[in-house]
Ligand binder design. Structure first.
Ligand code: ACO
Length: 430
């Protein structure tokens, strides 16, 4: 939808009318597509602070009011009433499923959980201590070699098969990575179990004895997957879109997204939060670390605090904090010193002028690690858990982008600040 134009006047007085485009809700955008052609200049916005990269109808965030909606549904409602599989359907298809559609979708995911047996050889090649995120990105990338039969991106049926394979097989790959790290036998998926139950049995069961699935763990993981499922054009999702915009294989594009997610400024923060809390150790050390975070000459940041978009609160953090209370209570660990420390750190930081002025609030990663830890999931697997939830968002964005007839290769411009033209100097004259 377009309305009035935004008038840009150059220093020499040339005027360009830039169309303003309005979304359903949220800020409008100025379409600068013709700026270079008409004015000979590019826009400059490192980190894309004011730049929209695409049109999307998947997820909406209002960072000022702490709103997050998937396909128009507030995340609080989905967290309360839905399941991860239903949310996955919603993100992929744009509407909540009927009971029959949900059953069919659920069954389809269940029957795609096994990996091509040859892929298991990959795990034999990694060192026993290979980080599970390194394994995940490499093995997901290798899916391009194993599943290229039905991968014509212009074919809607193939796009569906791709989505099902990503959603169904990532937990199997993630659990295999963990089993390699701890030296236990790989557990095959069980298709009689639901999504999260199956993941837990692949992670924690061993062939030698029966494994009882804890419903508290299932509920918590399902919720965390829902809350991580999508977050519009974040770093990893933009990476998936950018890689795939060249027509690259979608499995390798997802692998690129996994790599982007791993960074501590993004999904790697949940692992970094736990490391930080362990380093802080006790409540009496909090002030020292808050002071370090405020010191411009110290690179230390409070991990799990701050967000590019949320400047009031992160609605996901609020829901996760509640779940954290519930899980620890049900597991009889509500006296967890780490949780006490996190609660106290949050309170101290929220009252501190530095964090108030810069609008730094706990983000989704601040409490998720405490839940994972209570469930016995090791720190190195935290970002993998994030990737499992986000895989559906990446896939939904890939499908949206690839089905858009106007999609073009993503190709930003730059401000060149290197040397102007100069002549080559022979080596003996330098
Ligand atoms: N601790 C201390 N100071 C901080 C923090 C923090 N966690 N986060 C931001 N600041 C300060 C910065 O130093 C900067 O100060 P300045 O204006 O005086 O230079 C100001 O707040 C703005 O920070 P930017 O880094 O410019 O904000 P940006 O939007 O680029 O970064 C980010 C957002 C990466 C999330 C940042 O807040 C951060 O590094 N947080 C810690 C890591 C983290 O928790 N990441 C997870 C994010 S959620 C997710 O991806 C799932």
């Amino acid at each position: 939808m377009t309305k009035d134009a935004f008038r840009l006047i150059s220093p020499d007085g040339t005027e360009t009318a830039l169309p303003i485009r309005e979304g359903t809700v949220g800020p409008s955008v100025i379409d600068v597509g013709k700026l270079y052609k008409e004015q000979g200049v590019f826009t400059y916005d490192p980190g894309f602070v004011s730049t929209g990269s695409c049109e999307s109808d998947i997820t909406y965030i209002d960072g000022e009011d702490g709103v997050l909606m998937y396909r128009g549904y507030p995340v609080e409602q989905l967290a309360k009433h839905s399941t991860f599989i239903e949310v996955a359907y919603l993100l992929l298809h744009g509407a909540l499923p009927t009971a029959a559609e949900l059953e069919e979708f659920d069954n389809t995911i269940r029957v795609h959980t096994m990996l091509n047996e040859g892929m298991l050889n990959f795990f034999k090649g990694f060192r026993y201590d290979a980080h599970p995120m390194a394994q995940l990105s490499a093995v997901v990338g290798s899916m391009s070699a194993y599943y290229h039969d039905e991968m014509d991106a212009s074919n809607p049926k193939h796009r569906d098969i791709f989505a099902h394979r990503i959603l169904a097989k990532l937990p199997t790959i993630a659990a295999a990575a963990y089993k390699l790290n701890i030296g236990q036998p790989f557990m095959y998926p069980r298709n009689d179990l639901d999504y999260c139950e199956n993941f837990l049995q692949m992670m924690f069961a061993v062939p030698a004895e029966p494994y009882e699935i804890d419903p508290v763990a299932v509920e918590a993981i399902d919720l965390l997957f829902i809350l991580h499922a999508d977050h519009e054009q974040n770093c990893s999702t933009s990476t998936v879109r950018m890689a795939a915009s060249s027509g690259a294989n979608p499995y390798t594009s997802i692998a690129a997204g996994i790599t982007a997610l791993w960074g501590p400024a993004h999904g790697g923060a949940n692992e970094a939060v736990l490391d930080m809390l362990q380093e802080i150790g006790t409540v009496k050390n909090i002030k020292k670390y808050v002071d370090k975070a405020k010191d411009k000459n110290d690179p230390f940041r409070l991990m799990g605090f701050g967000h590019r978009v949320y400047k009031n609160f992160d609605p996901r953090a609020t829901i996760i904090r509640e779940m954290c209370h519930k899980v620890l209570k049900q597991l009889g660990r509500d006296d967890s010193p780490l949780f006490e420390l996190a609660l106290e750190l949050e309170q101290i930081a929220l009252k501190d002028d530095y964090f108030i002025e810069k609008k730094l609030y706990p983000n989704v990663d601040f409490y998720s690690g405490i839940i994972y830890r209570a469930l016995g999931i090791p720190t190195s697997m935290f970002t993998v858990m994030f990737a499992l939830g986000r895989s559906v968002g990446w896939t939904a964005h890939w499908r949206e982008m690839i089905s858009d007839p106007h999609v073009r290769i993503a190709r930003p411009r730059q401000l060149y600040v290197g040397p102007a033209q100069r002549d080559y100097v022979a080596i003996d004259k330098r």
